[in-house]
Structures are given as C-alpha cells and as structure tokens.
Design a protein around this ligand. Sequence first.
Ligand code: AR6
Length: 177
Amino acid sequence: MDKKIDGAVISLVRGDITGEGTDAVVNAANTRLAGGGGVDGAIHRAGGPAIMEECRKIGGCPAGGAVITTGGRLKAKYVIHAVGPIYKDGLHDEKELLSSAYRASLELALQKGLKSVSFPSISTGAYGYPVGEASEVALKTVIDFLRSRKGLEAVRFVLFSDPDLEAYRKSLEKLAP
Ligand code: AR6
C-alpha cells in the first residue's frame, strides 16, 4: 500500500528489512547499541561486523534518539539505529519517546542528504508496544515530518507479519484517507 504525502511516498510492505535497497534502513536498537535479537540481530548478521565496530565507538543512545552508522554489507548504505521505549502501561512517556525515535531517524536521514529510508515497527517486538497504537504514532510522526520538512522521497515500513502489516494499513487509512 502506498500513500502520497506532498512530494513523498509512504509505502507499507511485508518483508525482511535487511534486503531493502533504500539509502538507509532503521534498526530497532537498545540504549547500549549492543545488538540483540529481533530486527537488531538480523541487521548485524546481514551487515557484518563493521556496523558493531561503529556502534562501539558511538557508545550508546538514549531512548527516543537515533544514531547513524555504515550499512556494512547491506544493500543500504547506512543503518540508522533508533531506540524506542520499553512499553510499560502507556503512562511513562512511551508515545513521546516512540515518536521522538522516528523523528530523530528522519532528521539524521535529512542531515545526510538521503532520499529513502526503511523502518521496522520499532518497539513492538521485545519492547512490547501494542502494534495498533505504535503504528498510529509511527505513521503520524512520519506524515507530520514529510509535510513540514522537504527532501525525503520515500519512507517504507517493512513489516514482519501479516497482522503487523494490517495494523499499519488500518492506521494509514485513518490518518491519510
Ligand atoms: N525485518 C523487519 N522486521 C523485523 C525483522 C526483520 N528482519 N525481524 C524482526 N522484525 P524487535 P523492539 C520485527 O524485538 O521491540 C532487540 O533485542 C518484529 O517482528 O526487533 O524495538 C534490541 O537489541 C517486530 O515487529 O524490536 C533491543 O534490545 C519489530 O521488528 C530490543 O530488541 C520490532 O521488534 C528492541 O525491541
């Protein structure tokens, strides 16, 4: 599913983000940038050790933030490591932190002059954020960004399961009918 937002396109696809050919892929990282399971493990496995070498030099990143490294052996030239919140009950700034992680990633992409970025569904795996709510936060943040800041041409959400894709599809339909 595609939606045009001003000059850019938001696409929702089902797949494995490590195969994406966008300028950057976003990783759902932790504050220590230490690697882990889920999409983080998959990106480091596919991209090779050069990514972790840069992560170690950077040292860490707070929740709500993002840092950028090489894409190593990935097709994508860069990996943007975004740190989403660990979901508790929705009353611990989860929404603000999740939105901030998406915004920080988009800011980094613009700073580097990138045109296309692929996101996974940050925080909705090991970090437990309900995907219905997270998809609305993610898409609203990206739509607001694309409407106010020019330069990006394509933002892809690469969802790992059909239910996740369906949740994002519903949210996008609601936010940009
Ligand atoms: N491509 C796209 N999406 C994927 C892939 C993939 N190859 N693999 C998993 N997903 P998670 P989080 C989906 O747990 O919740 C790590 O250990 C997955 O199905 O990867 O932000 C980090 O080191 C889910 O929908 O990230 C952190 O410690 C989504 O990606 C912690 O987990 C996010 O799930 C971060 O947790």
